[in-house]
Ligand binder design. Sequence first.
Ligand code: GLY
Length: 317
Amino acid sequence: MTWGAIATWRMAHDGVVEALRLLAENDQAGDAVEALIKTVEDYPYYKSVGYGGLPNAAGILELDAAYMDGDSFKIGAVAGIRDVKNPISVARKLSEEKFNSFRVGEGATNYAMLEGFERKNMLTRRAHRIWEKRLEEIRLYNLNPYDGHDTVGAIALDQAGTMVAGTSSSGLFMKAPGRVGDSPLSGSGFYVDSEIGGAAATGLGEDLMKGCLSYEIVRLMGEGLSPQKACDQAVYGFHDKLTQRYGKAGAFSLIAMNKAGEWGVATNVEFTFSVGNEQNKPQIFIANKGENHTTHIEPITKEWLEAYEKRIKAPVE
Ligand code: GLY
């Protein structure tokens, strides 16, 4: 059987490389997704996931994550968890629980502590400084405070045909305390059925939740659409509908992989992602909305990557 993995944003690439290494060695999709997402959670320069993530309006870092097994439909999720090293691992552990498998706030943090997960101050000095600066800018220039919601979402397919989806996010920068986005919500942030395929989202959670886009993409793949056609139809169809009925659509991007390891993406903003499978080495691509409900996808350039490296590590005055 074939295997593969896809994940949102350039930040997921090292994790995709690791996931594909595991999958090539016949490891399970669950281990691949957890390893992939932990790589992103642990890297301090990614400011929208895990360690180094940006805090809420009160200066507190509240993290969301979810894990879903496409064989059994088991789901575990956490929202607003604080100071726990790898929220994705807590979500995976919760997926084994018959009851109480989605925990929020103190309940999520206490569960992680009782289960022996590592406690860690997840708010870096750099993230705190970015928050301080943003508060000052909002005060001075009367800006919209909300910015940045680059979730890592991942789908893996292993050699046994099992598919797993996972997400992890610090959510919307400057979110109100207690605000939760799409990332830990089944159907919105992620969905997977090993007999069909999986999908995951990144973008403005409030709008992603209005369309349940991850579920919709899996449903369309189940009707026989390719992952690319399913993404195009679900994402652009909903973008248009939301614009018409709600007045505007926030930024959102979706990835999908089917049980044959074929993949697709659609997005209403510039969007990078990493993907690989048995036939193709992991590679970073850039996607943009094309004409007539299609997606324009091309490999990332060296110049883009260099500029990205500089940008994420630029000093914060
Ligand atoms: N997509 C992440 C969030 O809105 O929280």
